[in-house]
Design a protein around this ligand. Structure first.
Ligand code: MSP
Length: 645
């Protein structure tokens, strides 16, 4: 038996809807980056994904199309598998809830829970939302409609089996309190404790009789297992739980992490742990509920018609660029707005400029100054230590961020090394060294440091950008193997001196942006006090004031706008929506000091572009021309998106 440490990671199993969008790809790309990272670290990884194929919605759609539900899902599942292949998702197992082994194990689980009294028969009466496959109580409805999707609900009463969820409430609270890492991020943990667990859990309806596209309850054939018991069990049926071969189950369970979107965090942090407690099984070590990729107008969804097709995006921009964008753009846990402009900016600035140019400049210089191969003699000098120190520190920083599932921060760390390496070129100015013969040994050392840093970078980006490293290795003349492992980053200086570089195609060609918006001029600072009559604002009526939609918003992310000293690019949470606002406050606030502040935004200001960055609103601040202070609110006193009057 292998003595390697195991790492079991799962994505949710996807509903076979006609098209998965870029939002769906988010969970899976993140899980894939994590799985690749752990494999690189030497873990025995099990990465599970799959499809959740039962339920009334599927049955209805199949009927509409005149095919059987199985025929209907088969075609869609093939499309999903194709998408994962395109996105280079390296899953170890793809489970379908229609797979025979899953069906039989779910039946055994249901029977076991029934036999031990955790499942009992009763009646269910409630409001049912078919698209969401959820029952709601009267008080949960909003304006008589489904609180999740806003659609019509039907009053339904039927005989049903119930799972004794309420019985596990106290144990669950205790587990969450004793295991601070169990539910992440904190916002979701608090939501679960204060919105669901503390107010009290109700028993859960776990069977249905009104449709039959589901797993039949073996001892009561009129019933099919209602979706969550079926779906959640996949994480253990995939491992052979209760089958004749439980080897994988013994090896990988409990899962190290279930990655899920925040919309299904409740099912994974309440229902699933309670089921596992009832089955007397250990709970997963972590459930991480990530944020949503939003499009203008809220969460991306097919029914809203604002779907972005990842296949088309990959075709247009390449798989590594799309993976980089989704992992880099939003901090894992927060929502973020998808925009093609932001994607192109990332490609051009981070990938083509920072990374691509570093590789091509270095390779060109080795070709130009040394005919493609460095001479043996090198002379170490100024700036080398700084670069080496950062290169050696970066793997640890990346690992820390990966362990906290902070993919975006891990990429930021790698890009700091890329920037530092680019800066090293400016500091050492190889083109000047090249002018004097006696400086050749120093020039050789500078280029060696560049090549070795590029080797570090190429190794570090492997989990995120699966195709780019190979392209870099070809150009810097190394082979995949010992020099491309995580362990090879323990030492700076392993790049083989005698390697021959080879100029290749640009690893990330720049995307030409058709039209560039003019940079808007910032208003000039007032230099002197004007006379009162000149500055006094015109009086307006309340109806004019009412035209301005002021809203509270929380700053989630802040960063400088490249090439603009005064501008900061902020991502703010405003109710359900995340927006980008560009604000001329860079001289007064450091980006990191802004995160978490609740500010006031003019929400109905026409969007503009500032230095190529979309700005959707304006943040209120008081300024006398010299000093500036943001208008802020007490932390978390009100929900974001609250109107300010
Ligand atoms: N079938 C259930 C999961 C059962 S797990 C035992 C389901 N499927 S889903 O297809 O609707 O969603 C799959 C995943 O995609 C979920 O984690 C969901 O949060 C995620 N996303 C769907 N739309 C999304 C965005 N717009 N942005 C980010 N993630 C999104 O739920």
């Amino acid at each position: 038996m292998s003595s390697k440490k195991t790492f079991y990671i799962t994505t949710p199993i996807y509903y076979p809807s006609d098209k998965l969008h870029i939002g769906h790809s988010y969970t899976t790309v993140a899980a894939d980056a994590m799985a690749r990272f752990k494999r690189m670290k030497g873990y025995d990884v099990k990465f599970l994904t799959g499809t959740d194929e039962h339920g009334q919605k599927i049955q209805r759609k199949a009927e509409e199309k005149g095919v059987t539900p199985k025929e209907y899902v088969d075609e869609i599942v093939a499309g999903i598998q194709e998408l994962w292949k395109t996105l280079e998702i390296s899953y170890d197992q793809f489970i379908r809830t229609t797979d025979h082994y899953h069906v039989t194990t779910v039946q055994k689980i249901f029977k076991k829970l029934y036999d031990q009294g955790d499942i009992y028969k009763s009646y269910y009466e409630g409001w049912y939302c078919t698209p969401c496959e959820s029952f709601w109580t009267q008080s949960q409805l909003i304006d008589g409609k489904c609180p999740d999707c806003g659609r019509e609900v039907e009053l339904t009463k039927e005989e049903a089996y119930f799972f004794k969820l309420s019985k596990y409430q106290d144990r669950l609270i205790e587990h969450i309190e004793k295991n601070p890492e169990f539910i992440q991020p904190e916002t979701i943990k608090n939501e679960m404790i204060y919105n669901f667990l503390k107010p009290g859990l109700e028993d859960l309806c776990v069977s249905r009789t009104s449709f039959d596209w589901g797993i039949p309850v073996t001892f009561d054939q009129q019933h099919v297992v209602y979706v969550w018991i079926d779906a959640l069990s996949n994480y253990i049926t995939a491992l052979g739980y209760l089958s004749s071969n439980e080897e994988a189950f013994k090896k990988y369970w409990p899962a190290d992490v279930h990655l899920v979107g925040k919309d299904i965090a409740r099912f994974h942090t309440i229902i699933w742990p309670a089921m596992l407690m009832a089955l007397d099984l250990p709970l997963p070590k972590k459930v991480f509920g990530h944020g949503w990729i939003l499009l203008k107008g809220g969460k991306m969804s097919k029914s809203k018609g604002n779907v972005v097709d990842p296949m088309i995006l990959v075709d247009k921009y390449g798989v590594d660029a799309i993976r980089y964008y989704v992992l880099r753009e939003l901090p894992f846990g927060s929502d973020g707005v998808y925009s093609e402009d932001a994607l192109i900016t990332r490609i051009n600035s981070d990938l083509a400029n920072d990374l691509g140019n570093l590789v091509s400049r270095t390779v060109s210089m080795v070709n130009k100054y040394f005919g493609g191969k460095l001479p043996g003699k090198q002379e170490f000098g100024e700036f080398d230590d700084d670069l080496i120190t950062l290169a050696l520190e970066t793997p640890r920083k990346v690992e820390e961020n990966m362990d906290r599932l902070q993919f975006s921060n891990a990429l930021i760390d790698i890009w700091k090394l890329i920037s530092r390496t680019n800066k090293y070129i400016d500091e050492t100015a190889p083109w000047i060294l090249a002018k004097k013969e006696e400086k050749k040994p120093r020039l050789a050392a500078v280029l060696y440091h560049l090549l070795e840093s590029i080797r570090f970078i190429s190794v570090l980006i492997q989990p995120f950008l699966p195709n780019t490293p190979k392209k870099i290795w070809e150009q810097i003349g190394i082979q995949q193997g010992e020099l491309t492992t995580w362990d090879s980053l323990k030492e700076f200086g392993r790049y083989p001196e005698q390697a021959r570089v080879q100029k290749g195609m640009a690893i990330f060609p720049r995307i030409e942006i058709e039209k560039k918006e003019e940079v808007k001029q910032q208003p000039k600072k007032k230099k002197e006090n004007h006379r009162k009559e000149e500055t006094a604002p015109t009086q307006i009526g309340i109806e004019d004031f009412a035209k301005i939609d002021f809203r509270t918003a929380k700053i989630l992310q802040a960063e400088k706008v490249k090439g603009a000293d005064k501008l900061l690019k902020l991502q703010v949470q405003m109710g359900e929506e995340t927006r980008q606002v560009v604000s001329g406050i860079a001289q007064y606030y450091k980006p990191e000091d802004l995160i978490g502040k609740t500010v006031v935004v003019v929400a109905n200001l026409k969007p503009v572009k500032l230095r190529g960055e979309q700005s959707e609103g304006m943040i209120l601040a008081a300024s006398n021309g010299e000093k500036l202070s943001l208008v802020t609110l007490d932390d978390d006193a009100l929900d974001t998106g609250t109107q300010v009057r």
